[in-house]
Design a protein. Structure first.
Length: 261
């Protein structure tokens, strides 16, 4: 009996750009793994590992949005290349990738990144719209948990301390991104999850603020009292893993290789 051959959909595949970013993550991790002390080379490895690793998680985050939207009936995501995990396909590569990476490098803040244009009117229910919005932050939460479990079970007993500090730093960024993405701010996933249930007039009014949601969030974090309250929450969530938040903070300090002695 001959089974019919089903050709895989061409749009669902890792792009060469994504694979290059994965390779950079591995290369940075290798440099950090080989280090016996926090030398400039080791810190450069942590920088590449965290920044490239962050871009990888942004791609996975946006793929989760796009894939679920595709399953719910939005076929445009395939034509736009959103199912290839290519960060260059996002609506605003500068706002989606470059600015968040810059904020990570200079301030250690994991702002939400990535932007894919979806067609929510093609979904069959408000619940589907909410699920599509929540699927992205869910990936950040899963990655954060996996990294923290690895650091606690393996990293604390390893001789490759520089590498594991980098892993903890990346995990800390994932915790930040999870919290920030879930805030009900127009343009972020938390708002997207509740938007279908809001008054239509309010939705139209909030629409114009969506492009500025992330920037407004960054501006708010410059207020000392807001910043301190935010990081208290982040460190508390991080420490639910059983690890001190200082482990993640050291990882983010190490990525600033230009400050090494």
């Amino acid at each position: 009996m001959t089974l019919p051959f089903r050709r895989p959909r061409a749009g669902i595949r890792p792009s060469p750009v994504f694979l290059v970013v994965v390779a950079l993550t591995v290369a940075g991790g290798y440099l950090a793994w080989q280090a016996t002390a926090a030398t400039r080379t080791a810190r450069l490895g942590v920088f590449v590992f965290i920044v490239a690793g962050w871009v990888v998680t942004v791609c996975i985050h946006e793929f989760a949005h796009a894939f679920l939207a595709w399953r719910f009936g939005d076929r445009e995501v395939e034509a736009r290349g959103y199912l290839t995990l290519n960060p260059l396909k996002y609506s605003h590569p500068v706002l989606s990738i470059l600015l968040p990476v810059l904020f990570i490098a200079i301030g250690g803040i994991g702002l939400p990144g990535g932007a894919v244009y979806l067609h929510p009117h093609r979904f069959r229910s408000n619940a589907q719209r909410a699920l599509v919005s929540l699927s992205g932050p869910a990936t950040n939460i899963v990655v954060a948990v996996l990294l923290l479990v690895l650091v606690r079970r393996v990293g604390l007993h390893s001789e490759h301390g520089v590498f594991w500090y980098g892993v903890a730093g990346l995990a800390l960024l994932q915790v930040m991104a999870s919290v920030l993405n879930l805030l009900p701010v127009p343009g972020l996933d938390g708002y997207g999850a509740i938007e279908p249930y809001l008054d239509r007039g309010f939705q139209r009014s909030a629409e114009q603020f969506k492009p500025f949601g992330m920037l407004a969030l960054f501006a708010l974090l410059q207020i000392r009292s807001v910043n301190e309250a935010f990081f208290r929450v982040i460190y508390w969530l991080f420490e639910l893993s059983g690890l001190p938040s200082a482990v993640g903070q050291v990882g983010l300090e190490l990525l600033r290789f230009w400050e090494s002695t």
